[in-house]
Design a protein around this ligand. Structure first.
Ligand SMILES: Cc1cc2nc3c(=O)[nH]c(=O)nc-3n(C[C@H](O)[C@H](O)[C@H](O)COP(=O)(O)O)c2cc1C
Length: 372
């Protein structure tokens, strides 16, 4: 049993709990010779890090990554290069306040994993949620940074992955104002700068009233060649859906038009084609860049719905492990909208899936892109 690992050739295993000494991951199957600097990984982690604005948790984790293995540098390598051996990455936990969790030692937070963990294991590290804590997602972001370097090495920088928050609670971005270049200019990773300003008051209001908000993340990849993904149980879209769905608090994943595709006709849904200069071009992208489980060369488009934070200051009815009915008020430093810090995590999962599928495609066909 290995339920802490994902990927086939680019295989990531994460380990650690939020209130233990450290968390980390091991990446096995990374090709040799890939340029991998600590700074590349750190830059990605800094986007997910807590405490960067008043709209995220005020925990003060520095999230400094250390590369423990799998990378070598000398005067011939032109920088630190992967060796093809397992890459081990470690991030120390430095800002735990375990006493914040005393109240939920024997009480289940409604909407969190407390009851389910007890039901399964009969033993639970309640401090910070243990393994159910989204601190684990820092490891995914670190692995995603490595996956991005692999994609760079394979495709010469042509593949670009980016994500943003396209809705916070019921408040959506205006498609007419969406500019993906502006995502890093506001604390919400919103591609709509006007919506980002409006969301400040919305989220302040939710937090002050002891509540939280859900969010919708859109993640995209451009420059992905046609041909990645393998029918029938290794489809690119099913791998991507599984990867995004495994993010903490994810409740739904859509590819392309997603749920809306069920409500339109075949004529409206057809991604019509014309002959372009270098082969077929598409006149629409309802499919989100995948057909038959294989990339078409169009942009990959996925969305993941993230539920509102369950650890909130408003009292919620619950029970204790001994079966006593009670109310829970969750103190501590929690994200008022976990979807915000979920954005770099979604990018990382996209990168890991693409790196894995690219290596699998090369393994089976000997090519990195389409036939012909
Ligand atoms: C980046 C990120 C940060 C999160 N931070 C918190 C948090 O501060 N408090 C909390 O209760 N849940 C937080 N969550 C969500 C929980 O980890 C998640 O709800 C919990 O593990 C139960 O799993 P489930 O919601 O997938 O069923 C976060 C999720 C993500 C993606």
């Amino acid at each position: 049993m290995s339920d802490n690992s994902f990927g086939t050739l680019f295989r990531v295993t994460t380990w650690g709990e939020s209130h233990g000494p450290a968390i980390g991951c091991v990446i096995d199957g990374c090709p040799p010779g890939v340029l991998l600097r600590t700074e590349d990984i750190q830059a990605r982690l800094d986007r997910r890090r807590p405490g960067t604005s008043r709209f995220v948790t005020q925990r003060k984790e520095a999230d400094q990554v250390r590369i423990l293995s799998g990378v070598f540098e000398d005067d011939r390598t032109g920088g630190p290069r992967t060796t093809g051996t397992p890459i081990s990455l470690m991030i120390e936990n430095t800002d735990q306040r375990s006493r914040d969790y005393d109240d939920i030692r024997d009480t289940y937070r409604p909407g969190h994993a407390d009851y389910a963990y007890d039901a399964k294991y009969g033993l639970r590290d309640y401090r910070g949620g243990g393994r159910s804590s989204a601190r684990e997602t820092a490891c995914r972001v670190a692995a995603g940074a490595v996956a991005e370097r692999v994609l760079d090495a394979l495709y010469g920088g042509a593949v670009r992955i980016y994500a943003g928050l396209v809705a916070m609670g019921p408040h959506k971005v205006d498609p007419a104002r969406v500019d993906w270049e502006t995502v890093s200019e506001n604390p919400f990773f919103s591609p709509d700068p006007v919506a980002a300003v409006e969301w400040e008051g919305v989220l302040d209001g939710a937090r002050k009233s002891g509540d939280s908000l859900g969010a919708l993340i859109e993640v995209r990849a451009t420059g992905v060649p046609a041909g990645l993904g393998a029918p029938v149980y290794g489809k690119l879209d099913s791998d991507l859906a599984a990867a995004l769905m495994s993010i903490n608090a994810a409740k739904a994943v859509e590819i392309g038009d997603g749920l809306a595709a069920a409500m339109i006709t075949g004529t409206g849904n057809a991604d019509e084609m014309r002959e372009g200069k270098g082969g077929p071009t598409f006149l629409a992208n309802h499919a989100g860049g995948v057909m038959g489980g294989i990339s078409t060369g169009q942009d990959l488009v996925a969305r993941v719905a993230i539920k509102p934070t369950s650890s909130i200051l408003s009292p919620r009815r619950s029970v204790t492990a001994d079966g006593v009915e009670t109310e829970v008020v969750t103190k501590g430093r929690h994200d008022p909208c976990v979807g915000i810090r979920g954005v770099p995590v979604a990018e990382a999962m996209m990168a890991c899936v693409l790196a894995d599928q690219a290596l699998r495609h090369r393994g089976q066909t000997g090519r990195l892109g389409p036939a012909g």
